[in-house]
Write a protein that binds this ligand. Structure first.
Ligand code: SF4
Length: 380
């Protein structure tokens, strides 16, 4: 492993709008580059400008805890930070990759987040996170913490090829069980499922069942992106070794586009397969309202709930006005509570969406959204 120590200028990255997948406003990358070396990692794509050889070299932001201390300190900020989970774990480097055993940056930034009272959502593929269970439990007691693992399948043989240096999937799920027993909410991000490898109905069901057995609060699903260049070239080499002859099928699935997304028919089909399985097994497939409704502000609560309604309607093939309404609200410069009496004119929304927004503002909950979640995962 090659280590490149760097002194970063800033740490927290702010999303333009609240992120509906993780329900966070802020995130951080403690490391750039990742020796977990997943074959599909899009951190390998040229657009992320990760230094060194991806999978072997890691840039370590050695001043991350000091930066965070400065960025969270309210006396040094012109504007207070928005409430919501702070995300640890990013697309260009797992916070609990092997370098963290030496640098302990994850634990040290958790200590800062604990001091300033921020809720935390951690996403990793490493059982190393359990060493920080004590501090994560304290954050959970004071604010809230969620620990999530991402999986591409629960098949160890697949994981050994496509995620060669990560903890094995069953070990990741065992780790989540430990957090759950400690009273900490947990989730699985079943992503990316790998086309023609872990995207069959049987493979998806095996993963969802295993997550359910580990007691997770939600499973969120996603397909694989494949950007032309380093990411696609590396993945193709690994795939060819594992299962030769898939090149033409992949060429049909991934025609070149900026985001590297697969074609829409495939995308819709795998999402629907997942949703059917998740619904049959009774597991939430968006972040459950009870995990965020009381910790974000009014505007962000409305945006997330509308985003999630849009997701569920899209899955059912029903066009809906919710996504557009969420975008209009997120872009508006004023908090929603200030324009409550004039929602329709301000956001260009109809009567039905207005009614839902008024309900969310009055009760913190949304009856229609609740119907998509198991009873114990709804907002109180
Ligand atoms: S653990 Fe995440 S960041 Fe690291 S290589 Fe795998 S996908 Fe990339």
């Amino acid at each position: 492993m090659g280590i490149i120590e760097t002194t970063a200028k800033s740490l927290l990255s702010k999303h333009k709008r609240i992120d509906g997948w993780f329900v966070c406003r802020y995130g951080m990358n403690l490391y750039r580059g990742c020796t977990h070396d997943c074959a599909y990692c899009d951190g390998r794509a040229e657009g992320y400008y990760v230094k060194g050889a991806f999978g072997q070299d890691v840039e370590v932001k050695i001043n991350a805890p000091d930066l965070l201390q400065r960025e969270l300190n309210p006396t040094r900020r012109r504007k207070p930070l928005k409430p919501g989970y702070v995300m640890i774990g990013g697309g260009v480097g797992d916070a609990y990759q092997p370098a963290n055993e030496t640098y302990q940056l994850a634990r040290r930034v958790l200590a800062v987040l604990e001091t300033y009272g921020f809720p935390v959502h951690i996403l990793t593929k490493s059982c190393q996170v359990q060493r920080d269970l004590d501090i994560i439990a304290r954050i959970n007691d004071k604010q809230r913490a969620i620990v999530s693992m991402s999986l591409s399948s629960v098949d160890d043989a697949v994981a050994r090829v496509f995620e060669p240096e990560c903890s094995l999937p069953r070990d990741r799920l065992d780790t989540l069980s430990k957090f759950k027993r400690a009273g900490i909410s947990t989730g699985v991000f079943l992503m990316p499922v790998i086309p023609f490898v872990s995207d069959t109905s049987e493979a998806i069901e095996a993963s969802v069942r295993a997550a359910l057995e580990a007691g997770v609060d939600f499973v969120i699903f996603g397909g694989m992106t494949l950007k032309t260049g380093r990411q696609r070239d590396h993945f193709t080499r690994v795939l060819d070794n594992f299962r030769p002859g898939l090149a033409s099928a992949y060429a049909r699935l991934y025609t070149e586009n900026r985001w590297g997304t697969p074609n829409q028919n495939y995308h819709t089909a795998i999402y629907r397969t997942f949703a059917r399985i998740a619904d049959e097994l009774g597991i939430a497939h968006r972040m459950p309202p009870r995990l965020y409704a009381d910790i974000v502000d009014d505007t962000d609560r409305v945006v997330v709930m509308l985003d999630h309604l849009a997701y569920f309607h899209q899955l059912a093939g029903q066009p809906s006005p919710y996504g557009r309404a969420a975008s209009a609200i997120a872009k508006h410069p004023h908090p929603i509570s200030l324009i409550r009496s004039d929602l329709r004119a301000t956001y260009g929304i109809g009567q039905e969406v207005e009614k839902i927004i008024q309900e969310i503002l009055s009760t913190g909950s949304c009856c229609r959204l609740n119907t998509f979640f198991p009873k114990d995962q709804r907002a109180q």
